[in-house]
Every structure is written in C-alpha cells, then in structure tokens.
Design a protein around this ligand. Structure first.
Ligand code: PFF
Length: 449
C-alpha cells in the first residue's frame, strides 16, 4: 500500500467533505426536484430523510473509512467477520466504484453546462454574440466539448493528491458561493412574482408528502446530496486524522450541505415565478415543469437579465462558482476508482486518474449522444436506487457485521467521552434497525407498486 495523504486540519476536512457534498445536487438537483414534486411537501420529506436516514449513513461511512484507512473495498473486507461478509463487502465496494463512475458521467455533462453559462456572458461582453448563443443553446457538440473540458479539470486536480489537490481547492469556494447565494436571494425577493414562489416552497400540501414518487425522489436526493453509498465519504473519512471528533465533523457537513440546498430552493423557486411573471414559460398547460433538467438554465438567466449590465457580471460569477462547486464534487467521485487503483493495484496516481478519467469521459459522451434515453435513466439508476441501497449495506456493515466495541473504540479515538453522548445512545441501534428497515420499506414499495 502506498503512503496515504491526510487532511491537514479539521477545517480542511469539513471544507473538502462539504465540497464533495455541495455541488450540482444542491443548486441544480434539489430545487428542480422540489419544483416538480410539490415544493414545500418535497422540502419537508427531504429534511426528514436527510437528517434521519442520510446523516446516520454518513456517520457509518466516515467511521468505517477512518478505521480502515483505505478505499471501500478494502475497508469492508477489513471489518467483515466471515467469508460471506467478506464477499458481500467486496461486492458492495465494487458496485460503489461503478456507481461513482456513472454518477460522474452524467455529472460532467451538467457541470459542462455550468462552464458554458459562465463563458457565455464573457463572450457577450467581448462582442461575440454568436459564440454566446452557441454556448447557451442545447447542442451535441457543445455538450461534448464541455464534458471533455470538465473531465480534464477533474483529472488534473485528482492527479495532485489529497492536500494539494482536494483540500486546496475546496477551502476557497464555499464562502464565496454562500455569500453570492445570500445576495441573490435578497435581490430576487424584491421582484414581482417572488412571493408566489416563496409560498410554493414553504407552504406544504401535506397530502402530497405521502406520494411514493416524492418519497423515493427525496430519499435519492438526500443520498446524492451527501455523496453517500459510493465510497466517497468513506475515502474522505480515511483521510481524517485520529484526533478528530467524527460525530462533530459529520454533523457539520450535513448542516452545510442541507443548508445550502434549502437556500438554493429559496433562490430558484421564487426566481421561477419571477421568470414566469416576466413571460418565460415554466409550466405546461397541465401545470408540469416544461423542462426539468434545464430548468435553472432558463430561470436564472431570466433573473440576471432583469439586472441590466450588472446581471452579466453576476451571471458570470454565479456560474463560475457553480462550476467550481461541481468540480469539488467531481474530484471526490473520481477519487473513488482512483484510490482503488492506487491502493489495490499499485498503479501510479497520475496514470490511474488519466485512464479512468478517459473511460468516464467516454461514458459521458455516450450519454450525450443518447441524451433522451440515457440521461434520466442513469440519474435514476444511480441516485434513486444504487445510492440508497449501498447506503443500506454500509449501515448493515456498521450495525451488524462490525463488532460494536471496535466501532466504539474508533469513535473514541477523537472523542473520549462519546459513551456519554446522545450520539452513542442512539446511533448504533439506529443504523442497525431503523435505517435498513426504512430504506428497504421505501424500495420495496417501489418494486411492488
Ligand atoms: N453530493 C454531490 C452534489 O450534491 O452535487 C454529488 C455527489 C458527489 C454524489 C460525490 C456522489 C459522490 F460520490
């Protein structure tokens, strides 16, 4: 095994893990899902599932990862207690690697759009209107070019390793993104139509909250947003030093991630209604969203347009921050297969990042070629099914297979008083019973309905 990197500080980890968690899922995924699933009803179910199912699963990943100091395949093998659990652990790890790679393949496509929308206002300012139009029109060549641009950036950072690559990038972004989000929310509230959006977002129609499709979407969204199941957080956990208090770190990351998603909803839903007020078509005659995947690319530019010339700069700033947010997430996805190749097959880090990055870019281009059939399918298969089921497996490993005194010893390393904490009173039996049963119940409903 090669020498492992480690985060240099608690702050570095929180930023890097939040960097992984905060991304397109928060600002493109969550608001879009909320808008197409009854607004406030979705928000409500999402909050419940994020805190009650995703957070405990995140803790399972972090604890297992730090204990094993390795990727998910090795980690689950290490804590397994017989041949059967050893194989199941390996299988879970491998499916995680495949899922992370598939997530990255659709993610690169959407992240490429963010880069386009960052460049478009600049092209417009420079007087290249036709370039700006090309960048903002949905087209195969544009999609492919920017998949490649985005994948190149991801590979370049991952080649650098933990401290120089992942941590350095993540520490710069979060404060800037938060600040801009606040400013935009304050601005959108001053526009006509915004209050209708606020109402749709905060006033729940409880009858919708029991809708199965909504629950499955919200669960997938929560697991996707916290980067769970695929081994990302497990690997990030493996880079945390023994001195740190894991339950605190996990809590911080969860709050940052959910907080940013909820805030993004506070921007996008009102912006939708403002856009509609200004004549942009958002809903069809039946009241459904016209185009979910590209919703924010219709709504946000319409918002920036209302700001005159300032809007051009704000638009560029917003989309570059989104591009960077996507990048701090995509590097955490690519890290999953790369860490496995480096640790289990002694492949050079740079070489591994390049070869795997290329393969994923090819899958991504394939999705771009068959957008209508493959894009939604890949998202559904990975985020709504694979991620929660993999999260379930991690809970089973943390709750049933790994010995409880060893789990305790691992958490105790950075939190000597953990036995007296609320966390230790609840979490062990919670991941043992509640999480698996809840996830299985939702999945079973899907299969049988
Ligand atoms: N959590 C990221 C987001 O919300 O954009 C997406 C993600 C990152 C999913 C890393 C999975 C992953 F392993």
């Amino acid at each position: 095994m090669t020498a492992r990197g480690e985060f240099s500080s608690k702050f570095g980890f929180i930023l890097a893990a939040s960097g992984s968690a905060v991304g397109l899922g928060n600002i493109w995924g969550f608001p879009t899902q909320a808008a197409s699933n009854g607004g406030a009803a979705f928000l409500l179910v999402y909050l419940v599932l994020a805190f009650c199912l995703a957070y405990p699963a995140l803790m399972a990943e972090l604890i297992i990862g730090r204990h094993a100091k390795s990727n998910a395949v090795n980690a689950l093998r290490l804590i397994s207690n017989n041949r059967f659990s050893y194989y199941i652990g390996s299988l879970t790890g491998f499916i995680g690697i495949i899922t992370a790679s598939l997530i990255l393949s659709f993610y690169a496509l959407v992240a490429g759009w963010m880069v386009c929308y960052f460049l478009a206002p600049l092209a417009e300012l420079a007087g290249f209107q036709s370039v700006a139009d090309w960048l903002t029109e949905f087209g195969l060549y544009r999609n492919i070019v920017f998949i490649l641009v985005f994948m190149l950036l991801t590979v370049a950072i991952i080649s650098g390793g933990v401290k120089d690559g992942i941590e350095k990038w993540s520490t710069r972004l979060m404060p800037a993104l938060l600040g801009l989000l606040f400013l935009l929310i304050a601005y959108v509230m001053t526009l006509d139509g915004a209050m209708e959006g606020v109402k749709a977002y905060l006033w729940p129609d409880f009858s919708r909250a029991v809708d199965l499709k909504l629950i499955v979407s919200a669960m997938g969204q929560a697991f996707f947003s916290l980067s769970l199941g695929v081994g990302t957080m497990l690997i990030y956990g493996s880079y945390i030093s023994q001195k740190e208090n894991l339950s605190y770190l996990g809590r911080m990351v969860t709050f940052v991630d959910i907080g940013i998603a909820v805030m993004a909803g506070m921007l996008i839903l009102p912006a939708m209604y403002v856009a509609q007020h200004n004549g942009v078509e958002i809903f069809d005659a039946a009241g459904r969203l016209i185009s979910e995947d590209t919703l924010i690319f219709a709504v946000l530019p319409a918002l920036f347009d209302t700001m005159g010339v300032t809007g051009i700069f704000i638009s560029a700033a917003f989309f570059i921050l989104m591009s960077i947010a996507a990048l701090t997430s995509s590097i955490s996805m690519l890290e999953v297969p790369v860490a496995y190749a480096v640790e289990n097959h002694a492949i050079d880090r740079k070489r591994a990042a390049q070869v795997i990055g290329l393969l994923i870019a090819l899958i991504s281009v394939t999705i771009a070629f068959n957008f209508n059939t493959l894009f939604g399918l890949t998202i559904s298969a990975t985020t709504r099914f694979a991620q929660p089921l993999l999260g379930l497996m991690l809970c089973v490993f943390a709750g049933w297979i790994w010995q409880r005194n060893k789990v305790l010893a691992e958490i105790k390393a950075g939190y000597p008083k953990v036995e007296q904490s609320l966390f230790w009173k609840i979490w062990p039996s919670y991941v043992r019973y509640v999480c698996p049963v809840a996830i299985l119940t939702v999945m079973a409903q899907v299969v049988f309905s």
